[in-house]
Design a binder for this molecule. Sequence first.
Ligand code: ATP
Ligand code: MG
Length: 783
Amino acid sequence: MLSNQFQNGIETAKLAWAPLPNTEDGEGDEVVGVSRKNDGDRVESLDYEVVENHAYREEQAQRGKLYVGYYVGVKWLFALLIGVGTGLAAVFINISVENFAGWKFSLTFSVIQKSYVAGFLLYILINLVLVFSSAFIITNFAPAAAGSGIPEIKGYLNGVDTHGILLFRTLIGKIFGSIGSVGGGLALGKEGPLVHTGACIASLLGQGGSTKYHLSSRWLQFFNSDRDRRDLVTCGCAAGVAAAFRAPVGGVLFALEEVTSWWRSQLMWRVFFTSAIVAVVVRTAMGWCKSGKCGHFGSGGFIIWDISGGQEDYSFEELLPMAVIGVIGGLLGALFNQLTRYITYWRRNYLHKKGNRFKIIEVCLISVITSVISFGLPLFRKCSPCPEADPNFPIECPRPPGMYGNYVNFFCGKDKEYNDLATIFFNTQDDAIRNLFSAKTIHEYSAQSLLTFLVMFYTLAVVTFGTAVPAGQFVPGIMIGSTYGRLVGMFVVSFYKKLNIEEGTYALLGAASFLGGSMRMTVSLCVIMVEITNNLKLLPLIMLVLLISKAVGDAFNEGLYEEQARLRGIPLLESRPKYEMRKMQAKEACRNQKVVYFPRVIKVADVVSSLKSNNHNGFPVIDHTRSGETLVIGLVLRSHLLVLLQSKVDFQHSPLPCDTGGGSLPIRHNLSEFVKPASSKGISIHDIHLGPDDLEMYIDLAPFVNRSPYIVPDDMSLTKGLYGPSEEMIPFAQVYNLFRQLGLRHIFVVPRASRVIGMITRKDLLIEETDDPATVELQSTSV
Ligand code: ATP
Ligand code: MG
């Protein structure tokens, strides 16, 4: 049974959209709706907002400058730890992948000296075992580690909590899963997963380790609000890219351009610092590995395709074919997004619903097909004689048996021959890309081989995307793009015979164009491409193709990560709202709901029944003035209510407010629990058991409500402006922008306020330096 007071709250809520009569003192605001993101109610949002309740205000009052210094210092320390952790994880993944791939190729090469069939079967088997191990880990241990993880992290930084993405088991699954899937030769890369790995490391550090696996430390448990973790996860994402490509600046820009929704200059410094640390860690590890301590790692190398020594200059005539590469990139990238969207949709709704067994069988089948294609197709190519070695660029052709790299001798009759298709197909991805980018080798690949590779690899990449293994799209994208880029390059080389043109340059531009056409990034991709190829001279050309490919791709569909986020039901708030929203007002977004309120002092039984009857996470709390007018005193979070119910400390017998009028509230509870929003994955209302006596008690919610919730008038437009009768735009504040730019979870919608008690302008926010900071005051002008 609801108490009378609570019933009143509900009754008032039924007045949705009916503006309350204006009150004398202007404080009679009635909440007519709670505006929030349209998420299909499946995922919950994060509380990035500061809960400005009594506890928070008390804590702020107690904190001195020393605390602030300590807080900032710990944030920097964490930025350092994230850099070291992600760098080491990247080195571990790379060493493992290179070694598995190295053993695989040397073993296969040594067996095919004796029997081709045995070599073929061995190759399939090794790939299958690696891929199976990856799929097994993902399906049985860490389902959230499947895919690249970038859409989910993007969602997290946009304010959406996807279950399990930042857990310790997800981190382990991601690391070991990517070793299996990349080492097993599937058409996917390890770069996206490294971004997710960096984010997991950051989040785990931020929460002080994993309590479930007893790997936590009290000393690390310093940051536990969503807001602090958001900053750390941003550092982790940048660290992931910096580690994957050894591109520290690219990492910072990737975080800024692609994954984050909010950015501050202080964060920029920390992210930059983390990326720099990653670069140092990776370089140190590579230096250590050079002396052969890391097995096959070092001969294959990290992801860096140094093409210095390639084309230094370009002529005006080349701009047209380069623009064509941009257009092809846009078209193929958009097609890739579309095809993966259809396949992912089908997979999620039909195949993957049948259970884990089907997921594993699917990946294993794709692994066998990939192995058969990469081993079988080069068999149909004729070998070519090795090119004449240029004294300035000595070429080792063919590679000695067991060594993989450029100019692979694969089923060639003679010694001084190589198989061009095997050079790209029957190789590690990093080596294949290095070979495709290679300069000073005119017509190393025949057009036929490049085309065959393009069609087959594109198809494999589309089919592999979305399977139950960790999968990144950067490397497949680079491989696809560099293939058609090199094809265009071959044509240009034969057409403009006199110019000093390198096919490798076109391969690089092709790679940039495909990534631009699919992922729709510009600045970060551009910097990443320059950093991985070490060739700054090509910067303007990369910018050109990226701009073209992004523009062409945008004409067809959204970027890969946005498409995938939508498919996964992650309600991302994009930087650009949908056009249809322009004509909507805040009250229309509330979907005619009846607001679930709490009165200030409420019976415990009413809180319990209300929490059981809905899944909302934020509730307006109302009070009544002495003259009987309704007053919105703030917002209370479900998580805080649960803490209150569980501890019972603040239960009282009297239905009267505990405020004695003196301002200080006699609170019995440990306030520190209410400074930050409790974790959304904590206890549930069904876990709390209260006796009949408890249910008859009351709680005064006043000390626990966020007294500064965001409140907008009901006719505020949702987005940029509202078109008036004459179709000209009337500028209004924008709910959408407030939500996105401030990272909000709830906004109250109220009828228009009736009175203005002050006006703050820019000048009021500039605090003058005085000797005593305590005397600093914000000025406001009364009207
Ligand atoms: P999120 O899901 O973003 O974490 P939430 O869980 O508080 O926030 P939901 O309950 O999932 O919000 O929102 C579902 C719908 O309920 C939305 O349309 C929202 O406007 C509405 N809603 C949210 N809170 C209340 C409330 N206190 N009273 C009435 N309707 C609400
Ligand atoms: Mg919800």
